[in-house]
Design a protein around this ligand. Structure first.
Ligand code: SF4
Length: 410
């Protein structure tokens, strides 16, 4: 019998749209009412999860044999790494942190740049509801994917006739975006820190005597400063392009200081946006459990934090890992190409509802999908936790259950 389920949350990306209508027949999804192709693809994955089987070196095995082999690998490992965690539910992220703690592993949530900046200068942030209701200037900095996302733009639509809003996109000339922005400002990516400091100087009426602006045209720098001065509520969305490079944490620090400056006379917040297909939340879970939001090493029995040293990509690139445990619906998210290349020569355990293409782990433990086959919760990219529903049966275990089975068997 057909059944319509309303207001389902999609966990296909950081947006966590919670207004999806899904029609099911009790066993499978018949229709998903969304205009988002990525969301359609995420719901369609539920049709194949039951066909996934546990594997060792690509060969089908029983669940018990796969768990047993995973445990042997963990017991032999001297320097295990737990990473992935993208498109994982909060429960699964919590179980992954507990496993990392138990086996003395490094765990990386991929949020080290944001965390380093946050710990130095703090972060003024807000929810999407506040952006929708109050923001009269929204700046997308290195966040072209978010600006291009129709679902995101719909979320910010307001019926208020009194609300006028300007949208500015900032990025490299090659990412020029004018379809959804009122204005595009080209900034050289290597010069973004200087551009932020120049803006800060202009807002403080400090003359940068004799110096031409660097990284940005002078007219655009002046125009941007004037927009900041004229607006009442400003929100910066900082995307993955803004957080690239070894000094990305310095850029985030500079932006936080600029926001502090703007806040002397008007409201201003920032929301950090992950890459397309990734979700946020693991950093919150790790912070509850350890006090640190990224890159924690449990090797000596208590959490040690060193954001540059314990980054998953760096550890893999330097061959400092002898076992990698990857979880979530997008387990290779955030790893560099070189790290993924090196990962192929390290024993790995993948626990999730999908097996990445062109990558064969030593052990694959399939799971169902939280949000379709299991209830749970996840964080939207503005830091708001949302409930996920389970409305379809599955033969698989949840990701959290598989992680707990391993923990309980060690
Ligand atoms: S934008 Fe993201 S959360 Fe929303 S429907 Fe598309 S994939 Fe799902």
């Amino acid at each position: 019998m057909k059944k319509l389920i309303e207001d389902v949350t999609c966990a296909g990306c950081y947006c966590a749209c919670d207004d999806i209508q899904v029609t099911i027949d009790g066993q499978q999804i018949l229709e998903v009412q969304t205009t988002c192709s990525q969301g359609q693809a995420w719901f369609e994955r539920a049709a194949v999860t039951d066909q996934l089987v546990p594997r060792i070196q690509g060969q089908p095995v029983s669940q018990a044999a796969a768990i047993k082999h995973a445990i042997e690998l963990i017991q032999q490992a001297q320097a295990p790494l737990v990473t992935g965690l993208s498109q994982s539910s909060t429960d699964a992220q919590r179980a992954a942190v507990a496993l990392a703690d138990q086996i003395g592993a490094v765990i990386d949530t991929g949020a080290s740049a944001g965390t380093r900046a946050l710990q130095q200068v703090g972060e003024a942030t807000c929810t999407l509801g506040e952006v929708r209701s109050r923001a009269d200037l929204i700046i997308y900095w290195g966040a072209a994917d978010l600006l291009a996302n129709a679902r995101h733009r719909q979320t910010l639509e307001t019926d208020s006739a009194e609300m006028t809003r300007k949208i500015i996109a900032i990025g490299e000339e090659s990412a020029r975006e004018t379809d959804h922005a009122d204005e595009f400002i080209a900034v050289e990516s290597q010069r973004e820190i200087e551009v932020i400091w120049q803006l800060r100087a202009l807002l403080k009426d400090v003359a940068v005597i004799g110096n031409e602006p660097v990284g940005i045209a002078e007219s655009q720098l002046q125009s941007l400063a004037s927009e900041l001065k004229q607006s009442r509520y400003i929100v910066f969305f900082t995307g993955p392009e803004f957080k690239q490079g070894p000094l990305s944490h310095r850029k985030l620090e500079a932006l936080s200081l600029l926001i502090r400056e703007i806040q002397r006379e008007r409201r201003c917040h920032s929301i950090s946006v992950p890459a397309s297909g990734e979700t946020k939340g693991a950093e919150h879970v790790l912070a509850w459990q350890t006090g640190y939001a990224a890159t924690v090493n449990f090797a000596v029995g208590f959490p040690r934090y060193s954001p540059a040293e314990y980054q998953a990509s760096r550890l893999l690139e330097q061959s400092e890992v002898d076992l990698c445990i990857l979880t979530g619906g997008n387990p290779l998210a955030g790893l560099t190409a070189q790290a993924i290349g090196n990962l192929k020569s390290v024993p790995s355990i993948v626990i999730g509802s999908t097996l990445p293409q062109d990558f064969q782990p030593e052990v694959f433990l399939p799971t169902g999908i939280t949000g379709i086959q299991f209830p749970g919760s996840m964080y939207r990219y503005d830091g708001t936790p949302l409930p996920l529903r389970g409305f379809l049966p599955t033969v698989q275990n949840s990701e959290a259950d598989v992680l707990k089975q391993i923990s309980n068997s060690l």
